[in-house]
Design a protein around this ligand. Structure first.
Ligand code: PNW
Length: 455
């Protein structure tokens, strides 16, 4: 019994630079906005930061071999912009060389490198960050520089990881770097991120028409608690800014009309210029899908206080309703059916008509891991999570979805942003001595990766 994935389906895992590399000030690397944000008292649980992280910067060869030993054919990592370009825009040779050696090591181990250009660690020196349109231009220069050094060996490129997080969580909710709380700024950031994506796709495509190019979006489907007009409307507004704000311009060349009208006055005037949407909708080969959970919402009653920290800027009246589902350590509901429905919706609405493939670029869970006397973690809850979500991916393929791969988040326990090291997403444990110890989930998932078979 069990299920078998199609021949050629990619199995792998993912990480990001700031979450694992450490070496935060080594070999000429300058500060990113996360280096700076971590110094703000109270910003990160236990005041932790990515200064050492998993020390991947020095252990990359061991990590490449680990991936191969686990049977993973693909590894998604990110490049740290302030490690490879200085604040004058000049290449930092040692930083760029690190990624070149990493790519060589992956290839020597038969692991295909999947490179994300931006996983949130913006150079702190850029004035105004993503509020500034000029940052999008600088991003293209950065992307082209990385392509010049690695493009002969890296075939798959993702421009941005989760622009919803780098805009709304970062500039409206204030919980991610740079920690600002101005809704209009978050809209400007989101537009400039999309612009950086579009211009970069055009530039990389022109330089190398054979490279596979895409973007990774995080999707948190929003469903109404009841069929009432109020609940349906609040779910629609959350879905608008969380999901369609990004998919519509990329695949249809226009921001969704309902989102524009919901955001109304918040939308900065003059933000969108001629030709912006043509660039943002440049064709892509792959849409990366990050999925962790689905949220159910109801509309708050008029006098009800809601969580002010909600990043749903068009839905301040949204109240999440927990269903009778298991929760991960993040408090996120385990809902694999939501992934199947999401993939089917994306294929039908956006990627199918555009001829764009879907790959799950992140899926996984934080659980309260306990190591035994040998340091081994028997994480049956994580195995169950991965199995159920792989089943959902298979159902989406059966339903006709063009889904080409699955990358587990994460290869190893790492710096979980504002939660510090308190939340562990790895299939590989990283202990106090930074030893890598595969958990039961890594052994189970490795077998899936080698055979394409899920028990
Ligand atoms: C993603 N949310 O972040 C990131 O791509 C990873 O770097 C991160 O470690 C992983 O998911 C687990 O959190 C998210 O609030 C952070 O909806 C927050 C949200 C979604 C994704």
């Amino acid at each position: 019994m069990g299920i078998d994935f199609p021949e050629g389906f990619l199995f792998g895992s993912a990480t990001s630079a700031y979450q694992i590399e450490g070496a935060a000030a080594e070999d000429g690397k300058e500060d990113s906005i996360w280096d700076v944000f971590c110094r703000v008292p109270g910003a990160i649980v236990n005041g932790e930061d990515g200064t050492l992280a998993c020390d991947h910067y020095h252990r990359y060869a061991e990590d490449a071999k680990l991936l191969a030993d686990l049977g993973m054919s693909t590894y998604r990592f990110s490049v740290s912009w302030p490690r490879v370009l200085d604040s004058d825009g000049a290449v930092i040779a040692k930083g760029m060389d690190f990624y070149s050696r990493l790519v060589d090591e992956l290839l020597a181990n038969d692991v295909a490198p999947w490179l994300t250009l931006y996983h949130w660690d913006l150079p702190a020196a850029l004035p105004g960050g993503w509020k500034n349109r000029d940052t999008a231009k600088r991003f293209v220069d950065y992307a082209v520089a990385v392509q010049e050094h690695l493009g002969d060996r890296v075939r798959t490129w993702t421009t941005l990881n989760e622009p919803w997080c780098s805009s709304f969580l970062s500039y409206a909710a204030g919980v991610h770097a740079p920690g600002e709380t101005d809704p209009a700024s978050s809209i400007a950031a989101a537009h400039h991120l999309l612009l950086a994506h579009g211009w970069t796709v055009q530039a990389l495509r022109q330089a190398d028409p054979t490279a596979s190019l895409g973007i990774t979006l995080n999707f948190t489907p929003a469903i109404p608690a009841t069929r009432s007009d109020a609940d349906s409307d609040v779910a629609r507004r959350v879905d608008g800014t969380a999901n369609r704000f990004f998919t519509d311009p990329i695949f249809t060349g226009a921001y969704p009309a309902d989102v524009l009208s919901d955001l109304g006055e918040l939308w900065p005037s003059g933000l969108v210029q001629d030709d912006d949407l043509a660039a943002i909708s440049a064709p892509i080969d792959v849409l990366g899908v990050n999925y962790y959970t689905t949220n159910m919402f109801r509309a708050a009653s008029p006098d009800e206080a809601t969580d002010c920290a909600t990043p749903h800027i068009a839905a301040p009246d949204a109240v999440q309703v927990l269903r009778d589902l298991p929760l991960t350590e993040m408090g996120w509901e385990v809902d694999p059916g939501g992934l199947r429905d999401l993939l089917t919706w994306l294929h039908t609405t956006y990627t199918g008509p555009a001829g764009t493939a879907l790959v799950i670029t992140e899926n996984g869970a934080a659980f309260d891991d306990h190591a035994d006397a040998d340091g081994f973690v028997s994480d049956v809850d994580r195995v169950d999570y991965l199995r159920a979500h792989l089943g959902a991916v298979h159902e989406a393929i059966d339903a006709g979805g063009d889904v080409r791969g699955y990358l587990a988040w994460s290869l190893m326990d790492n710096f979980e942003w504002s939660y510090g090291y308190s939340k562990r997403f790895g299939v590989v444990r990283v202990d106090e001595q930074l030893r890598r110890i595969p958990k039961a989930s890594a052994l189970w998932y490795g077998e899936v990766a080698r055979t394409g078979h899920v028990d």
